[in-house]
Design a binder for this molecule. Structure first.
Ligand SMILES: [Zn+2]
Length: 71
């Protein structure tokens, strides 16, 4: 069991970070389903806006979100 600190932070155990290959600076997506908090490692090739597979490595945006930005 882990305790939440005053800022709402919690430590992810070293074993889990190692198993999932989570390192400092990596992004995690946080969601909540049925009283359960889910932390999911964000794939670096995923669109920052919608979570779909991105096609630009530089911007991390999918084609659809890229087109919305250009209009
Ligand atoms: Zn997108």
């Amino acid at each position: 069991m882990r305790e939440l600190d005053t800022f709402g932070r919690i430590l992810i155990p070293k074993e889990i970070r190692k198993e999932l290959n989570i390192n400092e600076g990596d992004k995690l997506h946080i969601s909540c389903i049925d009283n359960t908090v889910i932390l999911k490692k964000v794939d670096k090739n995923i669109c920052d806006k919608c979570g779909e597979k991105s096609y630009t490595k530089q911007l991390n945006l999918c084609q659809e979100c890229m087109e919305k930005l250009l209009i």
